[in-house]
Design a protein around this ligand. Structure first.
Ligand code: GAL
Length: 382
C-alpha cells in the first residue's frame, strides 16, 4: 500500500486490515486506526457499502455545492460527478444540495444530508473557515468529508485546481494584454471563499511588480456580477473610463459586470480595455472571440468531478484512500490534508479551438450563435 496519509480517516467501517483493492486507480485500505473503540461500522454506513476496503457497491453520497450564479456548478460539476458515481457504483445514490451562496442554508443542508443517511459528504463550502463545524458534525457521525474545490482545513480529503497559479496566470495575461504602464481596477472574489484569497495572492505577486498601477481594489462579497457592475460604475464616476487601461476580474461573472459598467459609461464594445476572467463560462468565451474580454481560465472540471467521485466511492468502501487516481493525479498533501491538485489552462482568442472546443467542454454550435459566427470563423472554430 503506497499510502502517505498521516491523518486518520475517522470513519471506521472497513475491515480486511491490510487488504488493498483499488477497483479504480485509487486504493482504499481498511482502517486500522479505529479511534472510537467500537471497532466497527461507523454511523450512517451499513446499508450495503462494501466492507472489503475497495470501492463500494452501494451507499449514499451527499454533494453540497455553494451557489448557482457561476454556471460551472449546475452545468458541469453536478452532472459530471453524478455520472461518474453512476459509472463506478450503479447502486450508489447521490443526494444533491446547492446553498445559493447562503452559509446558514448550507449548514442546514449538511444536517439534512446526514439525517438522510449520507455516508460520505463532498462539500464545496460557501465559507471555508466557517465550514469546519460542518466537517466536525459529519466526522462525529463517522462520515468522512471531501473538501471540493475550496479548502476546509479539517476535511479528510481536498481537491482543487492550483489556485495561486490561477491568479498569476490572470495577472500575467493582463500585463501582456495592456502592454505598457497604466491604471487598472482589481475585482477579487468573495472573502469567505478560500480560493479567492489564493487567486488574489497569485495576482498581486505579478501585478505588484509590473508597470500596472491598481488604482482601486474590491473584494466582492458574493462573487456576484451585479456587485461587480455596481462597484465598477462607482469607480467610473471617479475615474474617466479612458484612464482605465485594464481590469483584473477574478472570474467571468464579474467580467460580465465590468463590461456592462464600462459600456454603460459610454465605452464602445470595440474599445474596451483588456479584462480578465475565470471559469470559461460560455458568455466569456463568446466575449473573448469578439475581442471584448482578454482571457479566461479554463478548469477542465471533469477531472475534478471525476476524482471526487472516485474518492467518494472508495471511501464508501471504508478506510483511507491513497495512490494515483484513475484520472492520473497523484495524491499529495496540502496544508496537512491529503489532496489532489489539478492544472488550470489560460484561454485567449488564439486557443479557444484547442482547449474548450477540442475537449468538448462546448461545441462549436454552443459558441458560434448569431453574431459570434463570424468571430468563430476567424478563430478557426467550425
Ligand atoms: C471559486 C472557484 C472558481 C469560481 C469561483 C466563482 O471557488 O474555484 O472556479 O467558480 O469560485 O466564480
Amino acid at each position: 500500500m503506497s499510502t502517505s496519509i498521516h491523518r486518520s480517516v475517522r470513519r471506521t467501517a472497513a475491515l480486511g486490515a491490510a487488504l488493498v483493492i483499488g477497483i479504480a486507480g485509487l486504493s482504499a485500505c481498511g482502517a486500522n486506526d479505529d479511534d472510537n473503540g467500537d471497532n466497527g461500522d461507523g454511523g450512517g454506513s451499513g446499508d450495503g457499502a462494501s466492507d472489503n476496503g475497495g470501492g463500494a457497491t452501494s451507499g449514499t453520497i451527499a454533494l453540497l455545492l455553494p451557489e448557482s450564479k457561476t454556471t460551472r456548478y449546475e452545468a458541469f460539476d453536478k452532472p459530471m460527478f453524478e455520472a461518474k458515481v453512476a459509472d463506478l457504483c450503479p447502486d450508489c445514490k447521490v443526494d444533491y444540495y446547492n446553498a445559493d451562496q447562503d452559509e446558514a442554508k448550507q449548514a442546514q443542508q449538511m444536517t439534512t444530508a446526514l439525517n438522510d443517511g449520507a455516508q460520505v459528504v463532498v462539500l464545496d463550502p460557501v465559507n471555508g473557515e466557517g465550514a469546519t463545524g460542518m466537517v466536525e458534525e459529519a466526522q462525529g457521525q463517522d462520515v468522512p468529508v471531501i473538501a471540493y474545490d475550496r479548502l476546509i482545513t479539517n476535511a479528510d480529503y481536498y481537491m482543487s485546481f492550483d489556485n495561486e497559479t490561477v491568479g498569476k496566470m490572470q495577472a500575467e495575461a493582463l500585463v501582456d494584454a495592456v502592454g505598457e504602464a497604466g491604471d487598472i481596477l482589481m475585482l477579487n472574489g468573495s472573502p469567505s471563499d478560500p480560493n479567492a484569497a489564493q487567486f488574489k495572492t497569485g495576482a498581486h505577486s505579478v501585478l505588484d511588480d509590473s508597470d500596472l498601477t491598481i488604482v482601486e481594489e474590491y473584494d466582492n462579497p458574493d462573487w456576484s456580477p451585479e456587485n461587480a457592475q455596481q462597484w465598477t460604475s462607482d469607480q467610473l464616476s471617479k475615474y474617466d473610463p479612458s484612464q482605465i487601461a485594464g481590469v483584473y476580474a477574478a472570474n467571468d461573472g464579474q467580467a460580465g459586470g465590468v463590461v456592462a459598467a464600462l459600456t454603460g459609461a459610454g465605452v464602445a464594445l470595440d474599445a474596451l480595455p483588456p479584462i480578465t476572467g475565470q471559469d470559461a463560462e460560455l458568455a466569456a468565451i463568446q466575449r473573448i472571440l469578439a475581442g471584448e474580454q482578454a482571457m479566461t481560465i479554463y478548469k477542465p472540471i471533469r477531472i475534478e468531478a471525476e476524482t471526487a467521485a472516485e474518492v467518494a466511492v472508495e471511501l464508501l468502501g471504508g478506510g483511507e484512500v491513497s495512490g494515483t487516481s484513475e484520472t492520473g493525479i497523484e495524491q499529495t498533501e496540502y496544508e496537512g490534508v491529503p489532496s489532489y491538485i489539478f492544472t488550470p489552462i489560460v484561454v485567449t482568442k488564439d486557443n479557444v479551438a484547442d482547449t474548450v472546443i477540442k475537449d468538448g467542454f462546448y461545441t462549436a454550435a454552443d459558441v458560434c450563435t448569431g453574431d459570434y459566427a463570424d468571430d468563430c470563423q476567424a478563430a478557426g472554430i467550425s
